[in-house]
Design a protein around this ligand. Sequence first.
Ligand code: UDP
Length: 406
Amino acid sequence: MKKFKLVTLLGIRPDYIRMFKLIKLLDEGQKEHNYEHILVHSGQHYDPELFGNFLKDLNIRTPDIDLGIGLTLKERGVNNYAAQTALLDERVYEMLEKVKPDAVMYLGDTNTVLSSVIVARYGLPVIHLEAGGRSFDWRMPEEKCRIVIDHLSDALYSYLPRYKELLLAEGIADFRVLAIGNIIMDAVNEWKDKIAESRVLATVGVENKKFILTTIHREENISKKEILENKLKDMLKFSEEKGLPIVFPVMPRTWNNIEKFGLGGLIENKAFIKTKPLGFFDFLRLEAEARLIVSDSGTVQEEALIVGTPCVITRRSTERPETISAGATILEGFEGEGTLYAKMAEAWDMKTDWDRTILNPEGGSPSERVFEDLMSKIQEGYFGKSRDYENIKNNSFVRKAYSKKI
Ligand code: UDP
């Protein structure tokens, strides 16, 4: 029998953090289950600081194929999402021609997942992890990516039952969707010891619970001078009032905009301890030891919940409201002057006795759940028939959504 060829196509640092265990499981299971696993990097993240050393530190293997889109665009001197998507589409098509996979698996909501249009158009099944995330905020670039890939996917792995319900309400067939728990739990659990060994507090020069930690990189926060300035000023004011420094690992894009807008003076203030992007173990340790976190990252708000540190989500909206209802995070919401300051003050007084298991209510390993389900799907020939016309037509959820049209 022909070996099933599964491509995993990822693009940015947090994709690899979330997927490290599943990548390992899929690599190790090839012999026993008679399939081939090919890891492909889109090249969306390529900066050596973000990516080169990052994989090595986490002991994640080098991808088999690097589509190199980020580097090519840099060489061409273009930097916009249209050029990025167009180049990615071309390179994904070439990869499909060469590799001839039987299915392509993606994670999350980055521009990389938009190439699922090419995969589906090619007639191949798409698999999506982190399916069903919705902020209902059409201003977010990621919201469009989520909707596109979810509706093209043959197998959708959602973190929580709530996400599955959202997908069913959008008319996606129930047999495609499985809630597996949030796979970030696997990263935090598997690397517990490494995180405990980190000496980052001494290196950065801060003490347990006597600092604030921040990361800011989203377009909504860094593309307008006024918004970025408000955020930095609010953090500064709060930190000076509490007499605590702010540890700030600055992403290259954020740094460029700080310089471009002439805001460098603000973070030259001694309250800010600026660093380059940190290794994952060091960063997790800082998250666990911080008194308060301020971040616009989707992953950081989940990690904050798991390690037990209050977090202000400095964004207009979130696709992960469960961290708010658990009482672990507060959404900034509106980004006017003083809003972040007010929310930091609110989060400062929050109790930290929330349930730290809500992201994976069933316990166990979400990556193992995906692996087992994928293996049975491959064995049963699921991907050959998931788009079968009869199969879709007779599905009750689809019937309900499209009732008389079919
Ligand atoms: N992270 C890291 N080093 C840093 C900052 C963040 O390893 O200096 C990790 C963090 O623990 C989380 C992920 O990177 O797992 C978050 O990635 P990102 O900030 O790109 O945000 P997201 O894509 O989740 O919004």
